[in-house]
Ligand binder design. Structure first.
Ligand SMILES: [Fe+2]
Ligand SMILES: [Fe+2]
Length: 296
């Protein structure tokens, strides 16, 4: 955890950044319009499952992929899912959205990296998805989380996306874990700061770019908002259960509330709410390995 926000103005450090890093980012494809449209829809006061169907159905390739997953062994059903409209009925809107986000961000998360400690063969994807799913649970309950549930999910999915760029610039690890300081030394920014820049380029809402910038900030730092704290909490649970990092997934490990009290207080949650939230996050992560394999 980094105790301080590094800069009050996000553009303040840019003079230190390697020019070729920024050039590379400028050439990245932008985020799928489906993600933007989902976020915009969830900000409306009233929306229905049919509104989501319209967005998905406009993209034929996406529709085909979503239906393939909906028809995979992951979801037990008695009959085939022939359309997005029926997928909503048969697997539920929440699950459908999870598949859509997973497919629409796969170019950014389905990669193995050399220097970071995610498990090869999907560890980074699982970590990103787990933080997204956990953050969504916390955002649904936290009065001061500063993120809507949908925004929390997207923030979690993309919170470490800048590591994909930084990975190419890091020195040989020599068995050391990559720290924010190592990243700074390599490119002039850490992955949270660089991700903020990337997500701004993709025109994501400020609540998301702020949360991602602050996801390594300590809860005692009152300068950072609730979004970063919420992502930090989801990340701690994900790491406790070894999602995408460590030998094998272990959702059984206890998460005693004492460790998380400062963060809970900052986002307006009472300690009594913790156990049931942890249960919900655990439940969300149950099928995460299968989801990875089914959405390839
Ligand atoms: Fe992370
Ligand atoms: Fe991170």
């Amino acid at each position: 955890m980094n105790g301080e926000r590094r800069t009050d103005h996000p553009d303040g450090n840019w003079r230190n950044v390697r020019f070729d890093v920024l050039e590379r980012i400028d050439k990245l494809p932008s985020l799928s319009t489906v993600v933007h449209e989902f976020l915009a829809l969830s900000r409306q006061e009233f929306f229905t499952a049919a509104d989501f169907e319209v967005i998905i159905s406009k993209d034929q390739a996406l529709t085909a992929r979503v239906l393939k997953v909906a028809n995979s062994g992951l979801y037990a059903r008695s009959r085939t899912v022939p359309s997005i409209a029926e997928a909503v009925v048969l697997i539920g809107l929440d699950t459908l959205k999870r598949i859509v986000y997973s497919v629409s961000t796969e170019g950014m998360t389905r990669k193995d990296m050399t220097h970071y400690d995610y498990n090869p063969g999907g560890g980074f994807w699982m970590h990103s998805m787990a933080v997204g799913l956990g953050a969504r649970v916390f955002a649904s309950a936290a009065p001061q989380g500063d993120l809507r549930p949908e925004e929390a999910f997207v923030s979690g999915l993309l919170h470490d996306v800048a590591k994909l760029i930084i990975d190419d610039y890091l020195p040989d690890p020599n068995g050391e874990k990559v720290s924010l300081e190592t990243e700074h030394a390599a490119i002039g920014l850490d992955h949270a700061e660089l991700a903020e820049y990337m997500l701004k380029l993709w025109n994501l809402p400020q609540a998301i770019t702020d949360a991602v910038r602050d996801h390594h900030v300590d809860p005692s730092n009152t300068q950072c908002g609730g979004g970063g704290i919420l992502l930090g909490l989801a990340e701690q649970l994900s790491d406790l259960w070894q999602v995408g990092r460590g030998k094998e997934l272990d959702l059984g490990k206890d998460a005693p509330v004492e460790r998380y009290l400062p963060a809970l207080e900052r986002i307006g949650l009472v300690p009594e709410a913790w156990d049931s939230l942890v249960w919900d996050v655990r439940h969300e992560l149950t099928n995460i390995e299968e989801l990875y394999h089914q959405t390839i």
